[in-house]
Design a protein around this ligand. Structure first.
Ligand code: IVH
Length: 686
């Protein structure tokens, strides 16, 4: 698709007598914006402007039916339901791929390849991601998308052309003046995580069943007989292979094939590399494995393909899979298991969390026996019962979670969860305030050992007082044996009390004492955070410290004065006030100060507004010179806040290279997007 020249632009102004030209111009414009948005991830115009152009074209085509064209963006909106999908026979079968799991599997694969090619040299591989979606074949004839088919059994699939036409990143016409006569582009249809979350939020609001994961959502959306439903679902596509080709030269390598696709306007993923030897492959696997949680879509591994197509042909196939390719799978993030019981845990604020006790299951690389159910409403919404077979998910380092139950496998005697009336730890009544999702133990830390333990663990945690070596088991013993009650008691601990505990040798006891001594020298922000005031997280603690400078100022601040602090609203202000209104808390603070806990007390900064005061930033992608932490530190030093997700409250999104869904979200919400230079300008730097 070429840029419209100035002449046709003038000719094609709205209301001009050349509807054909205007229509052509609108199509080219809309296609260009689609490509920029969905393929290059660099939105060019606001959604509203896109919509206006789109509507103009729709009206034009209605008024002039003779202008209808198969590659018009207006043809992406879906069509009336089909009675069923037609069957399509693939010109070249769609094969499957062998799996490898361990380093040894990869080394063996590389050896087989070298044996097959009769070479001792390192082989060149193209490495890419294994997308967790559905394989699809897109047939283009003379550049025009004519058919899309699912993989099916590999030989025949289902004709999903009408549905695929609604996927905005898939070009209806290839971006070239001399397209191949016929080309079968192969790749994966998938749903991005953010789109999946939005879809499920919509399903929930509409009282409809939620999808278990992006893959199921993509499959469910693609296999809709009513393509108008598909058009409401944000599906994406990445190309990774080729089937039939006629009327064009086959590129020499897999990497060149993907580059060619990119030129043709077919989306390819930028996470790919050309590497040599097994060690190169393993390094790629580890790198992607680390970045996997941050990718905007789910993957279940990486795929290695011999790069030279000539060599691919030489290697050929074993049964239904090629010898030239291997999928190196990550440990599965989802698995099914049985809920043996549902118990509750008591957190440091007394929050009661239902937890599913599971038959041990290997998921996300570890054996999981417990998974959070978050709260009572969540248990009801997902309808999880004791005895159910459930899908458990553990992604990255995120705590394992029960995603859904499997309805077909519910036993007749499955039991519903009952929220207990009393705290299982201290016996105090459990209460649930009307406007809260969470039920709480009403005992408070004085009565409830669980809350004491939670509070103490929070106090010593890395981002609070940072007492190294004081972990769960030690705190548990200290509380259960009534050695300590409050955080101040920690600083009264002596060697003799510690060595009496289980698994506490002289040496480790001394280490704990040293760590406690070291922790006494802290900052006001850490100290405020360590107190565990409800709704006061790390960044609010920093704000309070910066604003007031001195602890006594914070203690004495009225709700009105607290509300003057950036980002503090009525709920937080009330919580801070009521914390310091409690004499027990004041006593705790005094005891801690008396024990020698100290920090540099500063001046109040309330009067000196900083340039980014009150502004909320979201960082995404890789910036040219600053690391993410450096950028965050600069923003915070200038009074701004850094948040992890884009919302209406976001002031700026700072986007670097390979920015993904956050950038798209920013665009969607009309949030200003900056690059590193833009950020520096805001910071008042050259
Ligand atoms: S290549 C001849 N590349 O994995 C090799 N497949 O078990 C054909 N998949 O059905 C497949 N990402 O749905 C290939 N980068 C990738 C892939 C990929 C995901 C899926 C595809 C296929 C299955 C193979």
């Amino acid at each position: 698709m070429s840029e419209p020249d100035l002449f046709s632009l003038v000719q094609a102004e709205p209301g001009s007598a050349a509807p054909a030209k205007r229509a052509a111009w609108l199509r080219a414009e809309l296609n260009r914006h689609n490509h920029a948005y969905y393929v290059l991830d660099q939105p060019t115009i606001p959604d509203a402007e896109y919509d206006a152009l789109f509507r103009e074209l729709q009206v034009l085509e209605q008024d002039h039916p003779e202008l209808a064209s198969a590659d018009s963006p207006t043809r992406r909106v879906g069509a009336p339901p089909l009675p069923q999908f037609e069957t399509v026979t693939h010109a070249v079968p769609m094969l499957s791929i062998n799996n490898g799991f361990s380093d040894e599997d990869i080394i063996a694969f590389d050896r087989r390849v070298r044996d097959g090619l009769k070479t001792t040299d390192e082989v060149e591989y193209a490495a890419e991601l294994k997308f967790d979606g559905l394989a699809i074949n897109l047939r283009y004839e003379d550049g025009l998308l004519v058919r899309a088919a699912t993989r099916g059994d590999g030989a025949t699939g289902e004709d999903v052309t009408t549905n695929i036409r609604t996927v905005r990143s898939i070009p209806l016409r290839l971006l070239t003046d001399n397209p191949p006569r016929v080309i079968d582009v192969r790749g994966e249809v998938l749903m991005f995580k953010a789109d999946f979350a939005r879809l499920n939020a919509r399903q929930r609001e509409a009282g409809q069943r939620e999808f278990v994961n992006p893959r199921n959502a993509a499959a469910g959306s693609l296999r809709q007989l009513d393509s108008r439903i598909t058009s409401q679902r944000s599906l994406r596509f990445f190309a990774y292979g080729i089937g039939f080709l006629e009327g064009a030269e086959m590129p020499p390598t897999h990497a060149a094939l993907l580059d060619w696709y990119a030129q043709l306007g077919v989306p390819v993923c930028s996470e790919r590399a050309v590497l040599t030897g097994a060690q190169g492959l393993l390094a790629f696997y580890r790198d992607i494995g680390q970045r996997r949680p941050g990718l905007p879509y789910d993957i279940d591994g990486v795929v290695y393909k011999v790069n030279r197509l000539e060599e691919q042909q030489k290697l050929g196939f074993v049964s239904r899979a090629p010898r030239f390719a291997l999928a190196h799978k990550f440990p599965a993030e989802e698995a099914t298991t049985v809920v043996q019981d549902i118990v509750v845990q008591v957190g440091r604020t007394g929050a009661i969390t239902p937890v599913a006790r599971l038959a041990p299951v290997f998921v996300g690389g570890v054996t999981v026996t417990n998974a959070t159910l978050h709260n009572e409403d969540e248990v009801r919404r997902k309808d999880i019962r004791i005895g159910d077979t459930v899908i458990v998910r553990r992604a990255g380092d995120v705590i394992p979670e029960v995603v859904a139950h499997v309805p077909e496998r519910r036993p007749a005697d499955a039991r519903e969860f009952q929220m207990p009336v009393n705290c299982p730890v201290c016996g105090s009544p459990i209460v649930r305030l009307e406007d809260e999702a969470v039920a709480r133990c009403s005992g408070g830390w004085i009565k409830c050992g669980a809350q004491r333990k939670g509070g103490l663990l929070h106090f010593v945690s890395r981002r609070a007082m940072d007492v190294e070596g004081l972990g769960d088991q030690l705190v548990e013993q200290l509380v259960d044996k009534h050695v300590i009650t409050t955080a101040a008691d920690l600083y009264k601990l002596g060697l003799s009390a510690l060595v009496e505990l289980e698994r506490m040798a002289q040496k480790s006891a001394q280490n704990v004492l040293d760590a406690l001594e070291k922790s006494k020298s802290t900052t006001l922000a850490r100290f405020i955070y360590a107190l565990g005031i409800r709704h006061v997280g790390e960044s609010t603690a920093k704000e309070l410290a910066r604003h007031f400078g001195r602890l006594d100022e914070v203690i004495q601040a009225s709700e009105e004065r607290l509300l003057e602090v950036a980002d503090i609203g009525p709920v937080v202000a009330r919580s801070v006030r009521s914390f310091f209104a409690d004499p027990l808390n004041i006593e705790l603070v005094e005891q801690l100060r008396a024990a020698g806990v100290h920090w540099p007390e500063g001046e109040s900064h309330a009067a000196v507004p900083k340039p980014l005061q009150g502004k909320v930033f979201v960082l995404t992608g890789t910036l040219p010179t600053l690391t993410r932490d450096e950028a965050a530190a600069l923003i915070e030093a200038a009074g701004g806040k850094v948040s992890g997700s884009v919302s209406k409250k976001t002031s700026y999104v700072v986007a670097g290279e390979e920015a993904g869904s956050k950038l798209a979200k920013a665009q969607e919400l009309g949030v200003t997007v900056l690059d590193e230079d833009g950020l520096n300008q805001l910071l008042g730097e050259e």
